[in-house]
Design a binder for this molecule. Structure first.
Ligand code: ADP
Length: 586
């Protein structure tokens, strides 16, 4: 059942080109039927020749001419149709393969952090590449082989019953044996194959993880350990794969033996029937031809079934990703308020990552447009969580977040995120030029705009010092730049985006004082005129903030202005005194 479901689903992906697919399918059925007519013609020729002595030369030639003409039409028609079909089918399969890849890619890109955190990107890539390759293979097999096999089973076999039912029964027995043997082996191997596929995915995750952390591996001298681990997984994969291969080898032996026995039986039964005058030589020849063709069809079908079973877990993985529903749904009739003013409100927001331990409890906050809110508190207090809820990396289990008074779940996701700029303390970069990385903020930015933003972000000088200036390629995830440089590029990127609301995560790591001062200056420029929610570690930022919110274990424990909180002399004052905040001299 699972087989038919997956097969149906794969063919269903051709929906976008439904008309062409149906035309191709029908044309294919015609091609296949013509192909199967050949053994019948062959039989007729043999009968004509074996009766030749009883006919006049004129009748013989007239019959022969008829047959030859028929044969020429069938043969030529088949060849032409075949060329057209295979060409079109191939093009369609290539088109749909890339189409499926684009669909997967788009889908994965909009899936929320919650999904990506639980998946390794290497695995996601492997699922995509393997998945679309399998889809491609199935589509091609469908048009090139499966339809012909279908015609063989449901058109040719019933027709052969009319030609000679005894010989036809032999063919039917052969088909039943093929089907039963396949079903048996599939039953024995499908669970094992799923395990093989799990191992393959583990291999992809592991290799992807290692390649993505090459610095870590080299600096911790993990080379041997990582290779050993990879070899261990390879060993396990093969250990599960071999028994599956044994089963399929056994199937191949069985079906080959059955085929040979069938051909011999047709010969023996045919000869016996011939001696009793119940079959012609031509019929025996036709049935031999049928048997040969059926055997090759069934071989193909059995190869196809085994392949699809090998591929089933990978296809299931592909569809699982495609079917994954986002946990931050974008309303179809969502509002696009254009550029927001920037009022931000959290109303009694509670959130838990796992549904058990709360990461944020009854969090409320009112930030009028253009003001700055500093979030402080120990690690794990829920500061990042609160901010990630604002741009809908997750949706809270209860409570509401409003932008300019509108529930942010009613705003189109794209519009919401266009209004919010994010500068993380460890900003990542694309493996592209510096200019391209900056243009993420504003795709149509001119060179002058890029430079202006870079100047304001104190990044222009160091960019010019790069070998190719703005066109210098940034290493994967920005590894060729220092932390401070990456941060300034991120600030320039946010300046280009120019959003009314800003989410900032101040760096905790100490930078040298010159860089530090430049970043502070750049951040000040960036924050000007925007509603800013900042995870603050520096006293200067906290002092300048309009309100300070102190979080602990997901709850607000104190709020107010810097002076007010210091005067209170409670949690905030203690944090400052214990130097848990304030990484620069006050
Ligand atoms: P802070 O930013 O104040 O250091 P976080 O908001 O990162 O705190 O974390 C709040 C709590 O939520 C912590 O207990 C943390 O372990 C947990 N947490 C953070 N991110 C995740 C995540 N992606 N999945 C599960 N738990 C998380």
């Amino acid at each position: 059942m699972e087989f038919f479901r997956v097969y149906g689903r794969v063919l269903g992906l051709l929906r976008d080109e439904r008309r062409l697919a149906i035309t191709l399918a029908l044309a294919n059925v015609v091609v296949a039927a013509l192909q199967f007519y050949e053994p019948v013609l062959f039989g007729k020729v043999v009968d004509l020749l074996s009766n030749a002595r009883n006919e006049t030369t004129a009748t013989l030639w007239s019959n022969a001419r008829e047959l030859l003409a028929l044969w020429a039409v069938v043969g030529l028609g088949g060849i032409v149709a075949n060329i057209v079909v295979s060409l079109q089918a191939d093009r369609m399969a290539h088109r749909r393969r890339l189409g499926a890849m684009a669909r997967y890619f788009e889908h994965v890109l909009v899936l929320p952090f919650a999904f990506h955190n639980a998946q390794h990107s290497g695995r996601l890539l492997k699922v995509m590449l393997t998945g679309v390759d399998h889809l491609f293979g199935i589509w091609l097999s469908f048009f090139r082989e499966n339809l012909a096999t279908f015609v063989a089973l449901f058109v040719m076999l019933p027709l052969s019953l009319f030609m000679n039912w005894r010989l036809a029964l032999l063919l039917i027995v052969l088909i039943l044996f093929f089907a039963a043997a396949n079903a048996w082996v599939v039953g024995k191997t499908d669970k094992l194959q799923a395990r093989v596929e799990d191992h393959h995915s583990e291999l992809a995750s592991r290799a992807g993880d290692a390649l993505g952390n090459i610095h870590l591996i080299q600096s911790f001298v993990r080379l041997a350990a990582e290779t050993r681990e990879l070899n261990r997984i390879i060993g396990e994969t093969l250990a599960v794969q071999y028994p599956v291969l044994n089963w399929w080898a056994l199937l191949s032996v069985l079906t080959r033996a059955a085929s040979t026995i069938t051909v011999i039986s047709i010969f023996v039964l045919g000869t016996w029937l011939y001696t009793r005058g119940e079959a012609s030589v031509g019929q025996i020849v036709s049935f031999m031809g049928f048997a040969a063709m059926l055997i090759s069809r069934m071989d193909q079908a059995s190869g196809f079934v085994s392949r699809i079973f090998f591929q089933m877990p990978a296809l299931a993985d592909f569809f699982r990703v495609i079917d994954h529903q986002t946990t931050v749904p974008d309303k179809p009739d969502g509002i696009d308020p254009g550029r927001a003013r920037g009022d931000v409100d959290f109303e009694d927001v509670s959130f838990s990552y796992d549904g058990l331990r709360p990461a944020l409890r009854h969090f409320s906050l009112h930030a009028p447009a253009g003001t700055t809110v500093a979030l402080v508190g120990p690690t794990g207090a829920g500061k990042s969580t609160a901010l990630s809820l604002l741009h809908r990396m997750w949706d809270p289990q209860s409570g509401t977040i409003r932008i300019d008074g509108i529930d942010h779940r009613d705003i189109r996701l794209e519009s919401l995120r266009r209004n919010i700029g994010v500068v993380f303390q460890d900003s990542t970069m694309f493996y592209r030029s510096i200019a391209d990385n900056l243009r993420i903020g504003k795709p149509d930015a001119t060179q002058a705009e890029l430079e202006q933003a870079a100047r304001l972000a104190e990044a222009h000088d160091f960019i010019l010092r790069q070998p190719q200036g703005y066109e210098t390629l940034v290493g994967e995830r920005g590894t060729t730049l220092s932390g401070g440089e990456r941060q300034r590029l991120a600030i320039a990127r946010a300046l280009l985006k120019n959003p009314p609301i800003l989410i900032l995560d101040e760096a905790t790591s100490a930078l040298d004082s010159v860089t530090e001062a430049r970043i502070q200056k750049a951040l000040k420029v960036l924050m000007k005129g925007r509603t800013t929610l900042v995870i603050a570690h520096r006293l200067s930022t906290i002092r300048d903030a309009d309100q300070v919110i102190v979080l602990d274990q997901g709850q607000i424990v104190e709020r107010g202005g810097y002076r007010e909180l210091m005067e209170k002399g409670r949690v905030f004052a203690t944090l400052v005194a214990s130097q848990q905040i304030g990484t620069e001299s006050a």
